[in-house]
Design a protein around this ligand. Structure first.
Ligand code: NAP
Length: 348
C-alpha cells in the first residue's frame, strides 16, 4: 500500500513539473500580458486595433500564409510595421548605427528620417545615443517627424548589468526622450536574469514601451533569461543573414509573439561582399533591376525578420529603404533559403 502511495506521489510530482515547466509559465505570462494590454489605457488606438487583428489572425485559418502557418507575428507591408506582443507597432526596417560616432550617427539618423525610416537602432555600448538623439531632435525641430512616430531601440551593455535599471535613465537622458520604444539586454552574461527583471520594471514605470533580448540563440537561452520576468520579450535581436538563418529559434519564439530582428543583415563590415557577390543574390537582383543589398533586405522582411542595415552613406540609406516596390517570388525565397550554411561572422 505504501508503495502505491509513493508511486502516486511521484507521478503527481512529475505531472506538476511538466505543467510548471517554462513553456507553461511563459504561456501564462503571455496571457497575463494580453490581459494587462486590454487594461492599459496608455496603449494607442493602433495597438488596440492590432490586438483584435491578432485575435482574428489566430482564428482565421482560411487566409493563412506561410508566415501565419508558423504562427509568426505578421508584417504589414503597407504600413511597414509589425504588431509586437506589447501592443505597440514596430517598423520592420530601420537604420543600424553600430560603429557610427555621435556626429555621424546624428547625420545618418537625420538622413534616414528624411527618407522615411521610422526605426533607429542604437546601444549604450555604441557610445552614440547622444548623436542618435540629436539626429531625432533635428528631424523633429524641422517638422519631418514627431517623436511618437519614431521607434528608438537601445540596449543595456554588460558593464551596466549591475545597475541596469538606473542605466535606463542614462539612455533616456542621452537620447533626449522621455520613453524608449524598445530596450534589449545586449547579450547574455552573469546577472542577465536580474537585468531582464529590471527591464520589466522599466515597462511598469513607463520608461520603456517594449523589451527584448539580443544574442540569445536557442530556446533554452531564451527561457533562462526570461525566467524571472513577467513580460515576454517583444523582440530577439540576433546575427541573421542569408548564410545564417535561425529558423528554429524564430519558430520557437513566435509562440510568444516574439519577433526576430536581424543584425548584420549584410554580414557586417568587411563581409558584405560575400553576400553582395553571391551568384544567386546577384541573379535575383538582375531579374528585378535591384541591387543585391535590396534583395537581401527584402528577403529579411519576407522571411519575417525585422532588419536594421547599418550605413553612414546617404545614398545607401535611401537605397536600403527603397524595397517596397517589388516582391520576391516563392521560388526566389526558396533559393535564398537554400543559401543557409550555418556560417556566423561573430561569436558573441
Ligand atoms: N545586438 C548586437 O549585438 C548587434 C551586433 C552588430 C550589429 N547590431 C546592429 O545591427 C546593425 C546592422 O549591422 P552592421 O551595421 O554592423 O552590419 P550590416 O548592416 O550587415 O553592414 C553594414 C555595412 O554595409 C554597408 N552598406 C550598407 N548599405 C549598403 C548598400 N546599399 N550598398 C553597399 N554597402 C552597404 C555599410 O557601408 P556604408 O556605411 O558605406 O553604407 C557597412 O559597411 C548595426 O548597425 C547595429 O545597429 C547589433
Amino acid at each position: 500500500m505504501n508503495q502505491i502511495i509513493k508511486i502516486t506521489f511521484f507521478v503527481l510530482m512529475a505531472v506538476c513539473f511538466v505543467s510548471c515547466s517554462s513553456d507553461g509559465k511563459n504561456k501564462a505570462i503571455i496571457e497575463k500580458q494580453h490581459e494587462a494590454m486590454s487594461n492599459n489605457s496608455e496603449i494607442d488606438t493602433n495597438a488596440e486595433q492590432n490586438k483584435s487583428q491578432n485575435k482574428a489572425d489566430v482564428s482565421d485559418d482560411s487566409s493563412r500564409s506561410d508566415t501565419k502557418e508558423k504562427n509568426m507575428p505578421e508584417f504589414d507591408f503597407d504600413k511597414k510595421t509589425v504588431k509586437l506582443n506589447s501592443g505597440y507597432e514596430m517598423p520592420i526596417i530601420g537604420l543600424g548605427t553600430w560603429t557610427l560616432d555621435d556626429r555621424t550617427a546624428e547625420s545618418s539618423v537625420y538622413s534616414a528620417l528624411k527618407d522615411g525610416y521610422r526605426l533607429i537602432d542604437t546601444a549604450q555600448y555604441y557610445g552614440n545615443e547622444k548623436g542618435v538623439g540629436n539626429g531625432l531632435k533635428r528631424a523633429v525641430n524641422e517638422g519631418i517627424v514627431k517623436r511618437e512616430d519614431v521607434f528608438i531601440t537601445t540596449k543595456v551593455m554588460p558593464s551596466n548589468f549591475n545597475r541596469a535599471y538606473s542605466s535606463i535613465d542614462d539612455s533616456l537622458r542621452k537620447l533626449g526622450v522621455d520613453y524608449i520604444d524598445l530596450m534589449l539586454i545586449h547579450q547574455s552574461g552573469s546577472g542577465d536574469v536580474e537585468v531582464y527583471k529590471a527591464l520589466c520594471k522599466g515597462v511598469k514605470d513607463g520608461k520603456l514601451r517594449s523589451i527584448g533580448i539580443s544574442n540569445y540563440y536557442t530556446a533554452e537561452e531564451y527561457d533562462r533569461v526570461v525566467s524571472g520576468g513577467d513580460i515576454m520579450p517583444a523582440v530577439v535581436q540576433n546575427e541573421n543573414h542569408p548564410f545564417f538563418q535561425n529558423n528554429e529559434l524564430q519558430q520557437y519564439v513566435s509562440q510568444y509573439g516574439t519577433v526576430v530582428e536581424s543584425w548584420y543583415p549584410f554580414g557586417g563590415r568587411g563581409h558584405t561582399q560575400d553576400l553582395f557577390g553571391n551568384q544567386t543574390i546577384k541573379a535575383i537582383a538582375d531579374d528585378h533591376g535591384k541591387t543585391p543589398a535590396q534583395i537581401i533586405l527584402r528577403w529579411h522582411l519576407q522571411a519575417g525578420y525585422i532588419t536594421i542595415p547599418g550605413s553612414q552613406n546617404p545614398d545607401h540609406i535611401l537605397e536600403n529603404y527603397s524595397i517596397f516596390d517589388f516582391e520576391l517570388t516563392d521560388d526566389e525565397m526558396e533559393r535564398m533559403k537554400n543559401l543557409h550554411t550555418g556560417q556566423r561572422y561573430e561569436n558573441w
